[in-house]
Design a protein around this ligand. Sequence first.
Ligand code: ADP
Length: 258
Amino acid sequence: PLKLNKGLPVKQTIENVNKIVLVSSGKGGVGKSTIAVNLAAGLKQLGKKVGVLDADIFGPSIPTLLKLSGEPRLSNEGKLLPLINYGIQSMSMGYLIGSNTPVVWRGLMVMKAIQQLLFDVKWDNLDILIVDMPPGTGDVQLSISQQLKIDGSVIVSTPQDIALIDVIKGIKMFEKVNIPIFGIVENMSYYECPNCHHESYIFGKELNNRAKDLGIDIIGKIPLNPEVSTKSDEGIPLIFSSSNEHLKSSYLQIAKTV
Ligand code: ADP
């Protein structure tokens, strides 16, 4: 239950977690989860103890991206123990219900599940917890934003989606609940020719102007690159596995700003 203070819920911390960073997006399919995992991998490389909480209840993709599956074990006091790969701790609805559970049934479990994911996980002393948020600004997003003491949010957008009302709504929501915005990561920002390394801005550079209008920094630009989806499907964070230094440093850049 929420502690009440003059009618406003007091924002809670998570046990054994020092800092909480959200990764959010206006809509699905823009690369949010891939960025969340590579942000965690980048932080790990910078020497931090890091965890990923997959709050994308309806489309959990962290289990695939970290090549993890199976039910979490319970601690002595009955808390969920994170699953670990590549030295990154993680918890996901995907571990709790399996991928074949119908979406309708998940709907009924959502609010209870979110509380469990937020407060019933026994993290092992994290410097930073990355929360992979569901896309958009629904009840789950609002509930997380209102309940948790969050250090900041990273917003992921593609160049063509920044104009969408969903992104603006997301920004407004964070402002309303006093969550600082670290900035926007522009994903699929440009295409880099593998032969001559020329950068083509196939979707235009509209995002630069929109971000400026909104007073928000662009803290990263990730190129469109087939290696991103190949490595994601294999469940190996790109930062740990790619030989493309330029691509790796595009992701690492984000880790340096949060
Ligand atoms: P979201 O979490 O926003 O739904 P995902 O991270 O699951 O998005 O990414 C959606 C798809 O796009 C995945 O197949 C992913 O591998 C691919 N993808 C993400 N970023 C890139 C990129 N920069 N270049 C190529 N493919 C990408």
